[in-house]
Unconditional design. Structure first.
Lengths: 355, 161
């Protein structure tokens, strides 16, 4: 699998294709599993971790599953390539930055990834564009069955799949939906939505998971409870609440265009103007401006760029992507000017195609 | 994971100060700050909380989870410090401490989702493999390489089955 070729596309999670894709960016299912005969990763020594990796690598590569998985040993990758995988949401920051034998099996279409020696021995993930939780669960369930044929999982009848952290025990399932909610942020109603979600035991996180800021107005909604409910119950609870949030966001968008049309138009046009002209640009600012442009495109306020082009810019301006595209390592100041140059060039190119 | 509570470097040293009477205090520090921490507490001499703590009674010991998992060797207090269990057997070993915690987190204490298809057929094989791995480790420890090689082959056959 060629990591360099990844930078030509935006990967599955930002393809923003499928039902409600203007608001629901992607749907994700994660299963935590452990091998019964080894200590959990945090307690395994290097030798044991190497054993776990060899054992799982062989089985993941041989898995009769379509699409076939390609195994990447993280120790063999440069920090930049590891960061690239984080930005594409194929591995966690924790796995990228930890040490010792560890890796990830990835499907070339980037829908499936199986992390090895993360917090749990196995972290299986399916990520799909749009509002597609059920399809993602079917893929994950099928892959889990296949793997379980060859790998003895740590499981107890009483407590289900046993995990390193008791917050994941039971189903080991985290179902999450990534939403783009710029209008709710603008009319300052987002906190209210979060409080309502927390009341029903759902968690809200930023773009790159735990502890990350919600840059670009992207939010992940996921379950907290993993024990005592079946997988389908957990997924249904999330699936049922998402349409309400979509409705709130649509109402907020309507309110904005009806009551604050000039201000919103100004915001969108300014964001586009800055992206097209700035000489230095941090990734945070880029995300925030692109978020406004994305809202503008979805509201029909701007037709200089289409939604796929905006989505591509979100990912291609991330630090590792930018460096891979430009083919050189850059410090953060260099990145900020190269990012601004990249945006100027891309947007001029897009403008040229449109006219 | 944890950041050092004194600076923002990653915390690599986790300290549980036992204050007595079922109370304890957790600190998560990076190596540099941990060294300072130990110097400071020692500098304070007899005034330091760590050194003047009451001797722990048997009851307190139970509360602090001094019991050790025979498989992975962690104590419950280790779990309290880094929020990760050491192996799947910990769910049995620390059952008394974990059940209320699970109730708290999930509101439930019984799994009602998916069951591995091979369960419980696999269970026996697993138990056997865990046992073999332990015997293998002991054989290596006492440098009985002949026995170790035999056990390794046995394990391999089981793993491939």
């Amino acid at each position: 699998m060629n990591l360099d070729s990844m930078t030509h596309s935006s990967g599955e999670w930002l393809r923003a294709f499928g039902p409600e894709a203007d608001i629901v960016i992607s749907s994700r299912i994660r299963l935590a599993r452990n091998l019964s005969s080894f200590p959990f990763t945090n307690r395994a020594n290097t030798h044991q971790k190497a054993e776990i990796e060899t054992y799982l690598k062989a089985r993941l590569e041989k898995l009769e599953f379509d699409p076939r998985l390609v195994y990447l040993t993280l120790a063999n990758l440069t920090p930049l390539d590891r960061q690239l995988l984080v930005e594409r949401q194929l591995i966690s920051r924790e796995l990228a930055n930890s040490e010792g034998p560890r890796g990830v099996a990835v499907a070339p279409n980037e829908i499936i990834s199986v992390m090895v020696n993360e917090e749990d021995h196995i972290r299986l993930q399916v990520i799909r564009s749009g509002f597609t939780l059920d399809e993602a669960w079917q893929d994950a369930d099928r892959l889990d069955d296949k793997l379980e044929e060859r790998v003895p999982y740590a499981f107890s009848e009483e407590l289900g799949y046993l995990t390193a952290c008791p917050t994941n025990v039971g189903t080991g399932l985290r179902a999450s939906v990534m939403l783009h909610l710029p209008a709710l942020v603008l009319i300052k109603q987002i906190e209210k939505v979060f409080r309502a979600l927390q009341k029903i035991n759902l968690a809200v996180r930023g773009l790159y998971g735990e502890g990350s800021r919600a840059s670009g107005d992207f939010y992940q909604i996921s379950n907290q409870v993993t024990l005592g409910k079946s997988e389908t119950t957990i997924i249904n609870e999330i699936r049922d609440v998402i349409p309400q949030i979509i409705t709130y966001e649509r109402q907020a968008r309507q309110t904005l265009t009806r009551e604050n049309h000039a201000q919103v138009l100004d915001r969108v046009k300014r964001a586009f103007g800055v992206l097209k002209n700035a000489a230095m640009m941090t990734s945070e600012e880029t995300m925030d401006l692109l978020s406004s442009v994305r809202l503008g495109v979805n509201l029909g306020l701007i037709d200089d760029i289409n939604i796929n082009e905006v989505n591509d810019l979100f990912i291609h301006t991330q630090p590792a992507h930018l460096q891979k595209i430009l083919g050189k390592e850059l410090d953060s100041e260099e990145r900020n000017s190269e990012r601004a140059r990249f945006l100027r060039d891309r947007l001029r190119e897009i403008d040229g195609n449109m006219n | 994971m944890h950041k050092c509570e004194r600076c923002s470097s990653p915390a690599t040293v986790h300290i549980t100060e036992i204050l007595g009477e079922g109370k304890f205090e957790e600190h998560h520090l990076c190596e540099g700050c941990a060294q300072k921490y130990f110097q400071d507490t020692q500098g304070k001499g007899a005034g330091s909380k760590a050194l003047t703590a009451e001797p722990v009674s048997e009851l307190d010991e139970a509360l602090f989870g001094q019991q050790e998992c025979p498989d992975c060797g962690i104590k419950f207090v280790d779990f309290r410090n880094n929020h990760r269990l050491g192996c799947s057997r910990d769910y049995d070993v620390f059952r008394a401490e974990l059940m209320p915690l699970l109730e708290n987190i999930h509101g439930e204490t019984r799994h009602c989702g998916k069951t591995p298809r091979n369960f419980p057929k696999n269970k026996q094989a697993e138990a056997e493999m865990t046992q073999l791995r332990q015997r293998l480790k002991r054989a290596v420890d006492r440098e009985d390489y002949e026995e170790a090689a035999r056990l390794r082959d046995q394990l391999k056959t089981l793993e491939e089955a």
